[in-house]
Design a protein around this ligand. Sequence first.
Ligand SMILES: Cc1cc2nc3c(=O)[nH]c(=O)nc-3n(C[C@H](O)[C@H](O)[C@H](O)COP(=O)(O)O)c2cc1C
Length: 358
Amino acid sequence: MIYETIIRPFLFLSHPETAHHLFLSFLESVSKSNFRFLFQYAGLQYHSSRLQNSLEGIDFPNPIGLAAGFDKSGKSYPSLSELGFGFIECGTFTSLPQQGNPKPRLFRIPEREALINRMGFNNPGAQNAARFFSQQQKVLPRGINIGKSKLKPFSQASEDYLDSLKKLAPFADYVTINVSSPNTPHLRQLQKKKELLSLLRPIQKNLKLRATSSKGHLPLFVKIAPDLSLNELDDILDVLVEVDASGIIISNTSTDHHSIPKEQREKGGLSGPPIRQKSTELIRHCYKAGTQLLIIGVGGISSGESALAKILAGASLIQIYTGYIYRGPYLPVKICRYLDRFLEKNDCTLKDIIGKEE
Ligand SMILES: Cc1cc2nc3c(=O)[nH]c(=O)nc-3n(C[C@H](O)[C@H](O)[C@H](O)COP(=O)(O)O)c2cc1C
């Protein structure tokens, strides 16, 4: 409540991107100061053995992750790890450092608790990100999300992703191939069957080679758009099964803006409650297809109920972004508590309820 009544109005006085940087700088300075112990006393953590899960060889203390795009540099991973999440996905990283699109490029739609962004993969580049990670202690499972550099031609997409992968894989617990941001020209074309297959084959080959030479299997996920038809999703599932991917992240932001007022339809990707239903429908379809792919559900989660809905539709893990901006830093704890009580009441485990919609 304090967040919604006092902190959020203050943060929302500044431009969304400035507020984001203020939040990250505040976190980082607390994390590096003598006041670091405050994280423990702030009640931001929730521990329960019912919420722990081991998937693809990764131990998740709880199923609530921070979605990609929040920590675009990788620098904030240590402080974000103190905030009650079960895992953090960093990035999107590209092989070349990028400034991203001109500002303003992030917009609030408070009436719908939604955002539109056209950031354009602003990030320090894979090499610099690898340097930041090499100086950090790894506390929580860390996903590394990779995208295509804007300046690299479409025909060299595969090499470009591989370039980033080689630099960043040593710091990842899983790798996400992002083919669904609406803010990099033509990126979404990589979701087409033929293109996706030629993109993923060399990537998976590299990961498998790495598995034999280093710490073992590094799970591969692909992140898709919520704007796909069910047939298009089926094509993607075929490819993911063919290349033996571990899972799918459903979903990125949407280019379908019809659910928000015309004057607020900025160019970019829409996130938050307006995309909740579409992403859940795709999760349900994917789960029912019976591929055994692990599903990370993301899109419009802003409460325990909306998190549970994604799990019941078939997600083994979930992620939040926009809900965190509107509901504040206690959202992971609130979701954890809600899920834990649900499991206790029904005397079951997380695994028992995945995909078990009425
Ligand atoms: C400002 C902003 C930046 C984002 N940047 C990325 C990104 O770099 N890579 C990515 O895969 N997803 C990115 N996303 C998408 C989120 O990870 C998430 O998939 C999407 O916002 C839907 O979840 P939500 O409704 O909880 O926000 C971004 C979202 C926002 C709002």
